[in-house]
Ligand binder design. Sequence first.
Ligand code: NAI
Length: 329
Amino acid sequence: MKIAFFSSQPYMRQPFAEQNAGYGFDITWFDVRLEAQTAALGRGFDAVCVFVNDKVDAEVIRVLAAGGVRFIALRCAGYNNVDLDAARAAGMTVVRVPAYSPEAVAEHTVGLMLTLNRHIHKAYQRTRDANFSLNGLVGFNMHGKTAGVIGTGKIGVATLRILRGLGMELLAHDPHENPEALALGTRYVPLAELFARADVISLHCPLFRENHHLLNRDSFARMKDGVMIINTSRGGLLNADDAIEAINSGRIGALGLDVYEEEENLFFTDKSSEIIRDNTFHLLSAYPNVIMTGHQAFLTREALAAIAHTTLDNLLRLSRRQPCDNQIN
Ligand code: NAI
C-alpha cells in the first residue's frame, strides 16, 4: 500500500518509520498540510495519513478520489476536520485512532492547571532574572476545590482520576454517564450547576456543530468569579473573544489553552519570525493569567508509538478488507 503522509514532522515521522519496519508500507512524507492547494500530491497513493489541522473537505476529497485514494487514515482521535459525508459519497473509508494515551492529554491538562494556579510560568522567568519576589504569585489549594469536567470519555476520566488524587470534589457533565467516572466519586450534574459550582472547568468533549462555542459570553456569565478554564479538547468549543471579555471583567481568573479555534494556520510550525495577523491570539498570549500551548497535550513517546501502531494497523486491516473497529464512516 502506498501512503501519502501529510503534515509530517520529525517527532511523528520517527515513530511511524520505526513501527513501519513491521508493516512494510511504502510511505512518502510530505511536510505540507493536506488542503485544496496540496491535494494533488495524493495522486497515485492508496491512502492519505492526516493529522488534526489537515483540511479534508469536500473539494480535497474530490481531488483525492480522482487520484485513486481510497483510504483516509487520521492519526488522531478527533475527526471534525474531515467531511465524512463527502468521503462516504466518494466511496472512501475513514479510520482514526480513538485512544492512544488518554493519560498523556490528562497529564498535560493538569499541568496547565497547576502552572496557572501556582504561577510557575511567571516564577520561572523571575528566578532566571534573580527576581525572588513572591508578590503576585499567590495560588490556591486544589485540595477541597470543585472541578467540573465536561465530557467524561477516556480523557475526561483520566483527568478526573488525577484530580481526585489532588483531593478535589468532582462534578461532570456528559449525556452518557461513565461508570468509571462514577466509581471515582464523580457526580453528574446539569451544565448550569457545573458552571455555577466549579472552581476549575476542563473541556474533554469532541467538537460538533451543536456544541460549537459551548463556552461563550452567556456561559461565562453563569460561572464563579475567578474561575479557571482549561481547554485541551478543540478550539471551537470556546469563544475566544468572549473569553477575553470575561478575563477583562475578572470572571475568568485563569485560562489554559492547548487548542485554539484559529490554530489551523498557526500551530505545528515555527512562526516566530512572521507577523501573525490575529489580534485575538496576540491578546490572549499577552495576559499573565493565560497560558497557551500549541496542541501538544498528546505529545509523549508512549502516545506517539501508540498512534503509529494503531494507524498502520488500521491501514493493514483495510488493505486486507478485514473489519476495522476504528472506521468512522
Ligand atoms: P471520547 O470519545 O472517549 O469521549 C468524549 C466524551 O464526550 C463522551 O463521553 C461523549 O459522550 C462526551 N460528549 C459528547 N458531546 C458532549 C457534550 N456536548 N457535552 C458533554 N459531553 C459530551 O473522547 P476522548 O478520547 O476522551 O477525547 C476527547 C477529545 O479530546 C477529542 O474529541 C479531541 O477533540 C480531544 N483531544 C485532544 C488532544 C490534544 O492533544 N489536545 C489529543 C486527543 C484528543
